[in-house]
Design a binder for this molecule. Sequence first.
Ligand code: ADP
Ligand code: GLC
Length: 490
Amino acid sequence: MSALNVLAVVSEIFPLIKTGGLADVAGALPVALAAEGVSVRTLVPGYPPVLRALEGGVVVATEHMFGGEARIVAAKAAGLELFVIDAPHLYAREGDPYRAPDGSDWGDNAFRFAALSRVALLLAQGLVDGYRPDVVHAHDWQAGLAPAYLYYAGGMTPSVMTLHNLAFQGQYPAYLLGALGLPGDSYTVNGVEYYGAIGYLKAGLQFADRITTVSPTYAAEIRTLAGGMGLDGLLRARADVLSGIINGIDTTVWDPANDSYLPSDRAANKAALQERLGLRPDPGSLLFGVVSRFSVQKGVDLILAALPALISAGAQLALLGSGDASLEAALRAAAGPDIGVQIGYDESLAHLIQGGCDALLVPSRFEPCGLTQLCAMRYGALPVVAHVGGLCDTVIDANEMALAEGIGTGFHFSPVTSEMLAATILRVDAVWRQPEIWRQLQRNAMQTDVSWRRPAARYAALYRELANGSYGGSNGTMGTGELAVRSAPS
Ligand code: ADP
Ligand code: GLC
């Protein structure tokens, strides 16, 4: 097997910069792909923390880009092979990569992320001597223009678009078309046009040779009106190139046997967690954990509404997260001896919750994959998940039949309402009171392979298929019959 070169294009990467699971995926997948004979270089924006982390970078090209100089730097950081766009006029801003300190999106995000895709095109065209990717792998809307740029430049390199979350689509005014370097005739329903604007994610989904999302169930959900968030028509039209590949987690970062954030065994971790969040120190109460962004997606409001049931069952809650200001305020107000709340982002507490809680609540209204339930399983905390998306695909509900067969790894609930969550908390409590059964479920969860081994093999197979030239399928022109004609990549 010859080594295959993949250029990953992504707006965040763990451990350099992270707002969510996208960064975890971008940081861990290259390592797992190396074992599959795939060599990944990742193109990322040069935000200050990224530039600070670089080890011995070399400037490989300089380009004028959207009003300033962009130096393309080849460098390593945290074991990752990177191309970094050092363009101070676009990225020299501390804090959140997408938003200004007042919480509004940066006004020039259209250019900040078009630059990311533009550099991907240049790299595919041979910008750097001795480097040419066999496949370009774009992640989410921030990299969505990459497949479109490649297409309009002649489609010399095949592309994969991975969809991590349909809720973020990146739409910008039509008058930017020329400034973004997109041809005039691209502004059609079969091009980059999307509801009267330029759709970055839409463009990626339209022009990528393959589309993946992060679980098979989400891949099915997004083709429906209810789950498609406006893109279901396009995703149905491109169903022949759409597949779901479940995420793994980095089992070196999330390793319960070797986790510097954890004091010791589960009992000690639980005690430490109770102490850290000011909870009543009681080893006997069922302790639920939550590690989440507070957005409509994550259903944290359902947890708030189910708190009376949780308290009446004699259980406790350890919750970490941030986001929606009204939810933050309501949770702070609910805190007490059985409800521990920390608002913010905290890597060490996230690990302590996974290592110390008995069960992790993930009541998402939709969830493309979800990573926290995978961490929970590896740490022996049983996930309690909404029956949606990747949560369906990764957790086996401990219903009567599963218990009889000894195969459950957690609990599902549906419909995704506070009433059903409350009822499920009581169901979990009933199982918790049967320690032998609980321990069996913990063993099942901990033995589940949540690593990147299998998913990486699937991505590798997909890349090889594309690199071998078998990608002349539909380019998503939604019924006009126009097929992409491309030469096989060298
Ligand atoms: P999403 O990307 O939609 O937020 P995922 O479950 O895929 O959801 O990934 C979330 C990632 O972010 C996990 O690695 C989780 O541990 C981490 N995370 C979420 N909220 C926090 C927080 N408040 N503090 C620390 N880590 C967090
Ligand atoms: C998104 C999704 C989440 C997924 C993550 C990584 O943030 O919300 O479900 O796990 O991307 O793919």
